[in-house]
Design a protein around this ligand. Sequence first.
Ligand SMILES: *Cc1c(COP(=O)(O)O)cnc(C)c1O
Length: 432
Amino acid sequence: MTDPRRATPRVDAVLADPRLIAAVERLGPALVRAAVSRALDEVRSGRLPAHAAADMAVAALPASAAALRRVLNATGVIVHTNLGRSALSPAAVAAVSDAAGYTDVEFDLAAGVRAKRGAEVLSALRAAVPGAEAVHVVNNNAAALALTVFALASGREVVVSRGELIEIGDGFRIPELLTAAGAVLREVGTTNRTRLSDYADAIGPNTALVMRLHPSNYRVTGFTSAPSLAELATLDVPVVYDIGSGLLSPEPLLPDEPDAASALAGGAAMVTASGDKLLGGPQAGLIFGRADLVTRLARHPLARALRVDKLTLAALEATVRGPLPPTTAALRASVTVLRERAERLAATLADAGVDVEVVDSGSTVGGGGAPGVVLPSVALSLPTAYAAVLRAGELPVVGRVSAGRCLLDLRTIAPHDDPDLLNAVLSAAKQT
Ligand SMILES: *Cc1c(COP(=O)(O)O)cnc(C)c1O
């Protein structure tokens, strides 16, 4: 036997394989070279014959140049932060794709001169929230809150109820964000009860604003009270309302969830919200409100550090102007239709010998808002062993394990993804 180290081909020789030349076009040289070197390590160690190196490299190539993978969200949690919150509508995806090259994001094609960046999306948002004199868009809601402090409350007091000192998730706390941005926090009231007089007593010459924060991921119930927004609006300083979820107008299915239009009508001077929660768009921070305040934010030097790119502007405009985003469709899907889809899928799976049942389930909005609200839903119930196999599949499916079964909740699966879900379960069935 010859020494496998001597018989090992050179990287360039393997890269001459037509399949790998094509892969370099698609994935770039670095990922393809890495796959080839891993295959050649196997050859060098004698575990792989030299002629099989290209085959192994081809088999090990990633599907795309980015490691982020498409997954099916069968958890029943509509705005699932770990799964990227909202899925964009096909119209928003097309808009992102169109904007990905050179675009007229800051250019007036008719006049051939510079134009206001993102003017169209700002007017779409203004049209959707009638009380908004002005709109500004930043990177996310946390950035909207930071910019609010930079522009309106740097070194000054922000009055907040102790019932609204929120930890958003992953250890991020809004009160710490406000102080890190330069505000002096003035906490008033108690966890469960805060009165208008608590706010009024705290307001002095150094007060910049009152901030109301929507408790979007918890509920305080029982012996509670808080002044209404209209009452807060009678105070001498502007009220900034962080509504969290990003509903632009009321959503009948979520009567307790605040929305931008009602918040402005109710007396808020400014509203901040996320773009990728219940609005169903891209990650963004939306700021609506009084023109004088919003303009101070938009003109602040740090606004440039928080500005969004053309892809976000494109997706946001298509979300606001275009067809219903998947998040809204999931929220409003009727249980009858979910059950019909589940029965159809289950019938095909049962024919293929899969141990499947159709069960009632409960969906939630998730990190996006409406804490405590359970939406009736329908799920496919499979043996628990499916959970891990489905996550490891070519198109990973993330379900939830409950009472010893793996549940695939159909509310968070778009109907056009049913065939993909079916195929994923059928391939998992071969491995369980
Ligand atoms: C989610 C949330 C935030 C943070 O929004 P991001 O867009 O994730 O930065 C801030 N405030 C409230 C009330 C929220 O629910």
